[in-house]
Every structure is written in structure tokens, then in C-alpha cells.
Design a protein around this ligand. Structure first.
Ligand code: ADP
Ligand code: MG
Length: 163
């Protein structure tokens, strides 16, 4: 831990916009509609900008990867009541119930993802969970096979000092 730089105030909306640039192209190529909704007063959390960017990249990248062409991915970021809530919702293949509790374990991949020959390492969500927990937050998944998935992370909001 000693070598890490101290947690900075990170504007999660700006980090999201940066993460989105390459992902928007991926979505276009696959004909997936991407919608982004950002609202709230305090959208700042304490942590590392690079790590928060990788949270967005992993969650949105998964949503695009596990959603067939013609589907949609909706991203939202909301701040209020001392929390910042990020959500990535897709209309993709979904995750079997028995797999949902294992998704955040290193190298775990659900059977339906493997059966469809969608490639992956099973590492992204383990990293995402580590980053979110390291920043004092938590992450949840809700999903139904064949209908889609929603990943939600909740972080303590960090009020920037007045100018
Ligand atoms: N949006 C999603 N829709 C359906 N399945 C998903 C989604 N995100 C993750 N998964 C499932 O969780 C597993 C772990 O995800 P992840 O750690 O990102 O690994 P990878 O994408 O490299 O396989 C995936 O292999 C897949 O089975
Ligand atoms: Mg992944």
C-alpha cells in the first residue's frame, strides 16, 4: 500500500466520458445503442482516476460484449445523499442465477458465455470489485438469462472543497 498515491478527488462523470470514447465505436460497429444519463450534484469519489476509468471500461465493455447486435446498453451516473451510484444495464444474454454470486471471483466465467464462444479471461469483474471495495463502496448484479443484466456500484460521495 505504501507506494500508492493518496486517494484523489475524482470526477466520475469526466472519467466516464473518457472511458466512453473507444467504447462508443465498439458499440456502433456491433449496432448496439448506447445511452448515457448523468445527473446529480456531487459526482465525485475518492480514489484513483485510472482505476475508476477501468471500472467503467470493464462494465461497459462487458455489456457490449455480452449483448447481441440490435440490443442496447444504458449507463447512468447519479449523485445524492452522500453517495454516487453508477449503473450499466444491457439487453444481453444474461447470467444464470447460480453463476451470479461467483462472477466477481478471478477466472470465473458463466457457462452461457462460454457456450456462445464469447472470449474472455474472467478477470475484469474481480478487478472491478477490488477497486470499488478499495474505495469504500460495493457492487451488485441483477440479471435474467435471455433478458439482460444490470451492474450497479455505489461509492461514498466526496464533496469537493469550495473554490
Ligand atoms: N453484461 C454481462 N452480461 C452477461 N454476462 C456477463 C456480463 N458481464 C459479465 N458476465 C459474465 O461474468 C463473467 C466474468 O466477467 P469478467 O470478469 O469481465 O470476465 P470476461 O469478460 O473476461 O469473461 C463473464 O465471463 C460472463 O460469464
Ligand atoms: Mg470482461
Amino acid at each position: 500500500m505504501g507506494t500508492q498515491s493518496p486517494a484523489a478527488l475524482v470526477p466520475l462523470d469526466q472519467v466516464l466520458r473518457k472511458a466512453l470514447e473507444p467504447l462508443q465505436l465498439q458499440a456502433e460497429h456491433k449496432r448496439i445503442r448506447l445511452a448515457v444519463d448523468i445527473a446529480g450534484d456531487v459526482l465525485t469519489a475518492r480514489g484513483s482516476p485510472e482505476q475508476f476509468k477501468s471500472v467503467w471500461t470493464n462494465l461497459i465493455g462487458n455489456a457490449i460484449k455480452y449483448t447481441p447486435s440490435g440490443g442496447s446498453v444504458e449507463i447512468s451516473l447519479r449523485g445524492g445523499k452522500g453517495r454516487v451510484v453508477g449503473e450499466v444495464r444491457d439487453t444481453g444474454i444474461g447470467i444464470p442465477r447460480e453463476a451470479q454470486s461467483q462472477l466477481f471471483t478471478e477466472f470465473f466465467r458463466a457457462e452461457n458465455a462460454k457456450a456462445q464462444n464469447i472470449r474472455g479471461t474472467g478477470l475484469g469483474l474481480a478487478i472491478v470489485k477490488q477497486i470499488i471495495q478499495g474505495a469504500g463502496g460495493h457492487i451488485l448484479v441483477e440479471s435474467e438469462v435471455g433478458r439482460g443484466s444490470t451492474f450497479t456500484f455505489i461509492l461514498p460521495a466526496a464533496e469537493p472543497p469550495p473554490e
